[in-house]
Design a protein around this ligand. Structure first.
Ligand SMILES: CC(C)(COP(=O)(O)OP(=O)(O)OC[C@H]1O[C@@H](n2cnc3c(N)ncnc32)[C@H](O)[C@@H]1OP(=O)(O)O)[C@@H](O)C(=O)NCCC(=O)NCCS
Length: 159
């Protein structure tokens, strides 16, 4: 289900539960401050009682002149992990991103987990420090979309 304004605080609480304290001090959050997530791509998964089980958000960023999606955060409640919920959230949202015309997506995360979704290390693309370059991953949603795209990841213009 697409995230709506009513979901915002519940999703924040889920992220607080699933990530280490101080997650908003991460450098990737400087790319997100005061910029809304990409609507229509950010999804929530609820159980039949309406309890939030998982969520994924995307932000728009620039890699030099190239418009790029930043995937994350994605999190699944500890009591629901290992059921494939993140897999569904990631695959479904990536499919929506293709339909909406996004050409490329990147994230900061564990390669052993994200390889299965088609993400690989992005050489020459640098997140604001301190970010381990081995965790900067991406994939082309349109063939060749990362070819020649390198440089610093910066905030979406206009905010
Ligand atoms: C990572 C996370 C979103 C996965 O959610 P999930 O719904 O449990 O994932 P799925 O059920 O789709 O996939 C589970 C598989 O991923 C594997 N996996 C999870 N995290 C992994 C990691 N960091 N590295 C490698 N594999 C990982 C599990 O071992 C499991 O493997 P299996 O299918 O071989 O049993 C969830 O564990 C979570 O919210 N973690 C805390 C927040 C977080 O780290 N988010 C990702 C930030 S980059």
């Amino acid at each position: 289900m697409t995230e709506t304004a009513q979901d915002w605080h519940e999703v924040e609480a889920l992220y607080d539960l699933c990530f280490a304290p101080g997650r908003e001090a991460l450098s990737s959050y400087r790319l997100r401050d005061d910029i809304p997530p990409v609507s229509g791509l950010s999804l929530v998964a609820r159980d039949r009682d309406g309890i939030l089980a998982g969520a994924i958000r995307y932000w728009p960023v620039m890699v030099e002149q190239a418009e790029t999606l930043l995937l994350g955060p994605v999190a699944v409640h500890p009591t629901r992990q290992g059921e494939g919920l993140a897999t569904v959230l990631i695959r479904e949202s990536l499919g929506l991103a293709v339909l909406r015309g996004w050409a490329r997506v990147m994230l900061v995360g564990d390669a052993p987990y994200y390889n299965r979704f088609g993400f690989h290390r992005l050489d020459g693309v640098s997140m604001p420090p301190p970010t381990n370059p081995a965790r900067v991953l991406g994939q082309a949603l349109v063939s060749g979309a990362w070819d020649g795209v390198q440089g610093e990841v910066t905030r979406w213009p206009g905010n």
